[in-house]
Ligand binder design. Sequence first.
Ligand code: PLV
Length: 322
Amino acid sequence: CARAEHFHTVTPLLESWALSQVAGTTVFLKCENVQPAGSFKIRGIGHFCQEMAKKGCRHLVCSSGGNAGIAAAYAARKLGIPATIVLPEGTSLQVVRRLQGEGAEVQLTGKVWDEASLKAQELATRDGWVNVPPFDHPLIWEGHASLVRELKAALGTPPGALVLAVGGGGLLAGVSAGLAEVGWQHVPIIAVETQGAHCFNAAVKAGRLVTLPDITSVAKSLGAKTVAARALACVQELEIISEVVEDVQAVSAVQQFLDDERMLVEPACGAALAVIYSGLLGRLQAEGRLRPSLASVVVIVCGGNSIDGGGLQALKARLGQS
Ligand SMILES: COC[C@H](NCc1c(COP(=O)(O)O)cnc(C)c1O)C(=O)O
């Protein structure tokens, strides 16, 4: 069969009646949750792995909160290259099962992603092994930029604002590269984190990289203690509004999105949806940080594999939600 030139698919851009009602403007959903491997990650990770395969890489190793690892395992299987995925000890069983289902070797080590990353770097010193960075590499950002080309093709005219979640900053860096490429540098980006995984917001406020003491948010997929330097640099080049939402808002948004659109996503993705559901968009408009009337808003529904019905109920109970 003809080899696909890339592993990601062109995802739907859905106009959401429900979220448009809440936002008071047209809300489009870029549904990265239906990508193969379950999140937007396959765009950048797939591109990186293809480039490494061309250079003769014989074994891929990836440290991940989960989703980058699943994307790397998926790409490795497509490329016929063995993969080892290193994850924090608390990684959900469904992620471990999925990784094994993709044929990857799984190693659990450390409390947070940063510790798993050290182990992956150590493994990658083996001959022919290559470490797949989950968010901090130009090839990752190049791959993610494909998302913005699809927005341009679908919308034609620029949206009033773009909403995305930040973990290590790879999605932000990739989308920023894409906006520059299509001439949409002026489109404001609302870059959202959860409290306890707010390494980008801390860096924006300090004007330099900041390492969080720990990751205390339930949105473990946003759990990088230090944001990529490239993500912080984007603040100088584009209009980026850094916002932090509470875990309870992110989890409540996951439930509301499930009810509204019948799709289940991780709290990491709920953080972006909470910009609409929590009324934060309206507040930014009232404060004059966004124009009072926006043509439309695009929310990147980043997806994520570490969620199921029981997990959502457990999160709601843990956060004291009805
Ligand atoms: C610790 O984890 C980092 C990375 N997750 C990143 C991630 C993000 C944030 O993307 P980033 O800012 O890291 O490129 C958003 N939404 C979802 C569903 C994600 O999985 C990973 O899977 O290794």
